[in-house]
Design a protein around this ligand. Structure first.
Ligand code: PMP
Length: 337
């Protein structure tokens, strides 16, 4: 038995019971661990689906260039699909992306353009504007636009949703998932709600993002925007892929809680997952009061921890944030936690 190429190994990620970390939570908690994708994140699913839909629609032709604005994971998946299918790939990132992510993208053959993080999306310097400009100036190019291209959520409607339904034998009662573009949350939720409208959908947002406030008020409030550390979670725009009507509750989580939860997932469950996975786990704790022993919670972990070795898994970085109380020298010696 073999796979024709790496793209054939995308999806069908495992559902793993959380035991030690979730001991205090009355419900059964399972993680849908998307780091098992070949590109180590859920973004493999959308990159493959969006690119193949663009091919089918004639928007992407052989020898073409794919352009995207990305926090890193989508970029990696696009670079991977591009390398197999023979497309050129140009990615714009904000300066918040970790150096590890940037190196990985380059190693997959992508061209990377770094843009400032603290500018309005409409500013010509923003990573969105830069991607649009590059796509406009490059002949035979396709701008994926993961925030607005509805094939993003559709990919999860067709794959992640059915997988979770099957893996829980339809017993899922709560789905907890980070929202960035909203594709993972909305596509998966739409499938689950079609199967059982009583499944509760819990969105996870960052302090500094506009999503939760928009869900509450239906208004875009730029005052919500401030810098934060978690990558991939939250937005400073309202993405079309975010279907707010599917969300039963939105939980905001802090950078610090997210960091410690991610470290605990490694320590207690042996799972090296990314920073936003800690955010999602933190959200499960924040709704724990509403859960009972018959509930079946699925929490989605978006990516792998290897991309954050210089950050949350680095004690010195944790000390610099003021989250670990010891000197960097001690932390480096492994005495920080
Ligand atoms: N976590 C990480 C690490 C991500 O890269 C992303 C994607 N931006 C998300 C969470 C949120 O996923 P989505 O864009 O599907 O809402």
């Amino acid at each position: 038995m073999h796979y024709e190429n790496v793209l054939a190994t995308i999806g069908n990620t495992p559902l793993i019971r959380m035991n030690r970390i979730a001991q205090e939570i009355p419900a059964k908690v399972f993680a849908k661990v998307e780091s098992y994708n070949p590109g180590q994140s859920a973004k493999d699913r959308i990159a493959l689906f969006m690119i193949e839909e663009a091919e089918r629609a004639g928007k992407l032709k052989p020898g073409g260039t794919i352009v995207e604005a990305t926090s890193g994971n989508t970029g990696f998946s696009i670079a991977m699909v591009s390398s197999i299918k023979g497309y050129r790939c140009i990615l714009t990132l904000t300066s918040k992306a970790s150096p590890e992510k940037i190196s990985l993208l380059k190693s997959m053959g992508a061209q990377v353009v770094i843009c400032p993080v603290d500018v309005e999306p409409a500013d010509p310097r923003s990573y969105y504007s830069a991607a649009e400009r590059i796509a406009h100036e490059t002949p035979n190019s396709f701008y994926l636009a993961q925030n607005f291209n509805l094939d993003n959520a559709e990919a999860h409607y067709r794959t992640t949703g059915p997988e979770i339904w099957k893996q829980t034998r339809g017993k899922i009662t709560h789905f907890v998932c980070c929202a960035g573009t909203g594709g993972t949350l909305s596509g998966t939720a739409r499938y689950l709600k079609e199967k059982n409208p009583d499944v509760k959908i819990i969105g996870v947002d960052a302090y500094g993002s506009v999503l939760k406030k928009f869900w509450e008020t239906h208004e875009y409030d730029p005052n919500e925007i401030k810098p934060y550390k978690v990558e991939g979670l939250g937005k400073n725009i309202i993405p079309h892929n975010m279907n707010f009507e599917l969300v039963d509750d939105f939980v905001k989580v802090t950078d610090k809680d997210s960091a410690f939860q991610t470290r605990d997932l490694a320590k207690y469950e042996g799972l090296m997952v990314g920073y936003s996975s800690g955010s999602a786990m933190q959200a499960v704790f924040e709704i724990a009061d509403e859960l009972s022993k018959d509930d079946v919670v699925v929490v989605l972990f978006s990516d792998h921890g290897s991309r954050y070795l210089g950050k949350i898994f680095n004690d010195e970085w944790m000390v610099e944030q003021g989250w670990l109380e010891c000197e960097p020298a001690e932390a480096a010696a492994g005495m920080g936690s």
